[in-house]
Design a binder for this molecule. Structure first.
Ligand code: RUQ
Ligand code: CUA
Ligand code: CA
Length: 671
């Protein structure tokens, strides 16, 4: 429980340099001369900074032209986007458009790229053409359990979908509307060699033909699904024909994680509504608070950790027999999953939240929002219990339940409302405490290098406020770095100047190299509500481009059939289709006047023929909802059926050059 003994670290030494104590910064001049002759300690004192605050500023500042050591990819919540921040500077580097249109990136405003991704990502049999999502759990592709920096996957909590962001150009290349999932919360992870990306259902779906079932038939007609999406290793795309699902009871499957190293081949999913409650607080005009889900879904003392052997599932699907097809997806029926050893349950304290596998794969750490303990299950115990069929019984659907005392290794009391756990390189775990607004640091067991001090709370750090997820550097891989931790706090309350009634969230950066851990900075997040996040060493993003090859179609990574070079610009009429092969370069379009007729379809094929990094051009047409962003070397296609006569002033939206305002033209639509 006690903090580690005093340790004179470099932070203390630096603290002394800038005057140390929180009482103020006095005197000592830091060993750096500034061009203004400034005294850093005096500056800190003048600004009213404590020594710790001044140190936080010095430790996190990254000068222009130098780069952050880490990037974090944070979900943007119901903004539908993904946020990229540098660490330790905590500066926003990019917002990647994923499930929602974004005009800056020309995503969802008439181009073949964004519109195609968004349209293909809405199964018309399931929903309308969706134009938003609730990004939740990002997962970077892995090789041997390490981030490899190739692709990033992120689920849509709202609509049961998943997207692939290509980390070569930081653009969303595919959205997949997962069959049989209506919603999906925390069930997104990649397996250690990116064999599969996993996504599971949250609210179960009726498996009736009509898609409707009365809630009174919840147990009979509703099912959850654990989905294993195969990945094309070249493109990063989902390959539906090689993917499969495992049918699950309607228990509200929640957070999930992949086994690794000693638990490789397994997947773990928490569940919380084994009561199969369906709510219904109003009956015949009477209100019955006792029927609320928060009461009825918390009755059981234990819910079930789902343990899935995905290699067995893969073999079962490969054998072909006993596999059903449901809405185009291969499904292993529940009876087969429990009969073939693909699915086991283990009791877990009621209504758990996070399930996180430690870097060695030995410990499966479960945090329960209603239980002050982290419950640690060991993979050795789980495997032994499965081998010896050490069951306490089966659930109503026939799934074998492992004996709790056989699989539980330890419980560690952490505090109120534990949610999610991340890991460092020294065998410690860090768990967010939502109710306490704190982070608990605790030790794992012998397999993680802790023996005499196994499974003990080390310290807690107050956080501001209501922390949800947290992330440590590469903290869900086989080799975390420690170093930094970011707390993703749901409420900021008083941490920032008032900006209206909808408050930003707060990312707090924490230094893990000091003992005790120290807070380095606060960063307001004014773009949506981040959930989970991945922190990767920047130098692992080896494939990131600053410039496309001339004529590239980013969707295929090949030369676009519509690409042109300078001098090849032309307009070709084919019946009602007017093909405009246009180039964009500073500071003009060629051609810049397009003469069309009412009823034509104009097919713009625009090549940015520049080969200067950063020389992006835009292409907007007023009143027609057209906005493209065309990066150097890129080809963008826009199909526009002209159902309105007029003279439309096209222009470049990106301030590309001194004569940017001259970069304009006319689209003539003669009646
Ligand atoms: S789980 S509301 Cu990521 Cu804590 Cu989502
Ligand atoms: Cu091109 Cu502005
Ligand atoms: Ca429950």
């Amino acid at each position: 429980m006690a903090n580690k003994g005093p340790k004179v670290s470099r932070r203390t030494a630096l603290g002394m340099l800038v005057g140390g104590a929180a009482a103020g910064v006095a005197g000592a001049k830091i060993g750096l001369s500034t061009s203004s002759g400034g005294d850093l300690a005096a500056i800190a004192a003048d600004r009213g900074l404590t020594g710790d605050q001044a140190e936080g500023a010095l430790r996190t500042f990254v000068p222009g032209g130098e780069f952050d050591e880490y990037l974090i990819f944070a979900s943007g919540g119901h903004s539908g986007q993904m946020l990229v921040y540098g660490v330790p500077s905590m500066r926003l580097l990019k917002v990647i458009a994923v499930f929602s249109p974004d005009a800056w990136q020309g995503y969802g405003y008439g181009t073949d790229q964004g519109d195609t991704v968004l349209d293909e990502g809405s199964d018309p049999a399931k929903s309308d053409a969706l134009r938003w999502g609730d990004t939740h759990h990002p997962a970077i592709s892995e090789t041997e359990g390490q981030y490899d920096g190739r692709f990033l996957y992120i689920n849509d909590r709202a609509n049961g979908r998943i997207a692939m962001v290509d980390l070569r150009d930081f653009k969303t290349k595919q959205i997949f509307d997962v069959p049989n999932l209506q919603t999906s919360h925390g069930g997104c992870f990649v397996t250690p060699n990116s064999e599969y990306v996993h996504i599971s259902s949250m609210s179960p779906s009726p498996v009736t033909d009509s898609g409707y079932a009365p809630l009174s038939r919840y147990a009979e007609d509703f099912r959850g699904f654990s989905t294993w999406l195969a990945i094309d290793q070249e493109t990063g795309r989902f390959v539906k024909d090689k993917s499969f699902q495992i049918e699950l009871p309607p228990y509200t499957q929640d957070l999930a994680d992949a086994g690794k190293l000693s638990s490789y081949g397994l997947g773990f999913i928490n569940s919380y509504n084994t009561e199969m409650a369906t709510g219904g607080v109003m009956h015949d005009g009477q209100i019955d608070p006792a029927a609320a889900l928060e009461a009825t879904a918390t009755k059981n003392d234990y819910d079930f950790l789902h343990i899935i052997d995905w290699q067995k599932a893969e073999a079962f699907v490969g054998s072909g027999s006993g596999v059903r097809t449901l809405n185009g997806m291969r499904v292993i029926p529940l009876e087969a999953a429990s009969g073939e050893g693909i699915l086991h349950f283990a009791p877990e304290p009621r209504n758990p939240h996070g399930v996180d596998v430690n870097p060695t794969g030995d410990y499966i750490c479960i945090a329960g929002k209603l239980d002050p303990n982290a419950s640690v299950y060991s993979i050795d115990r789980i495997k032994a219990a499965i081998d010896s069929q050490d069951y306490e019984g089966t659930d109503p659907f026939g799934v074998p339940i492992l004996e709790l005392s056989s699989v539980l290794e330890a419980q560690v009391e952490l505090g109120a409302g534990p949610l999610h756990t991340q890991f460092d390189d020294k065998g410690y775990a860090y768990t967010s405490l939502f109710v306490d607004s704190a982070i608990a640091k605790w030790s794992l067991g012998p397999k993680a290098g802790h023996d005499a001090d196994a499974f003990q709370l080390v310290e807690t750090l107050p956080i501001h406020y209501n922390i949800g997820h947290l992330v440590t550097a590469e903290g869900d891989t086989v080799s975390p770095d420690g170093r930094y931790m970011v707390a993703l706090n749901k409420w900021s309350i008083d941490r920032f100047p008032p900006v209206g009634t909808l408050h930003p969230q707060n990312f707090q950066l924490v230094d893990l190299t000091s003992e005790p851990m120290t807070l380095l900075s606060d960063t307001p997040i004014g773009v949506g509500e981040p959930h989970y996040v991945q922190m990767i060493r920047r130098d692992k993003l080896k494939g990131v481009l600053r410039l496309y090859e001339p004529g590239t179609d980013p969707m295929t990574w090949s030369r676009s059939p519509f690409a042109i070079a300078a001098g090849e610009e032309r307009i070709e009429r084919q019946g009602q289709d007017l093909h405009v092969y246009m180039s964009a370069m500073r500071s003009h379009y060629t051609p810049d006047v397009v003469e069309a007729r009412l009823g034509d379809t104009v097919r713009f094929h625009i090549t940015n023929i520049e080969q200067t990094p950063d020389a992006t051009h835009g292409f907007a047409i007023p009143g027609l909802n057209i906005q493209a962003s065309i990066d150097p070397g890129e080809v963008v296609n826009i199909d526009l059926t002209l159902d309105r006569a007029g003279t439309f002033a096209m222009y470049c939206t990106e301030f590309c050059s001194a004569l940017h305002l001259e970069m304009q033209g006319w689209l003539q639509v003669a009646p």
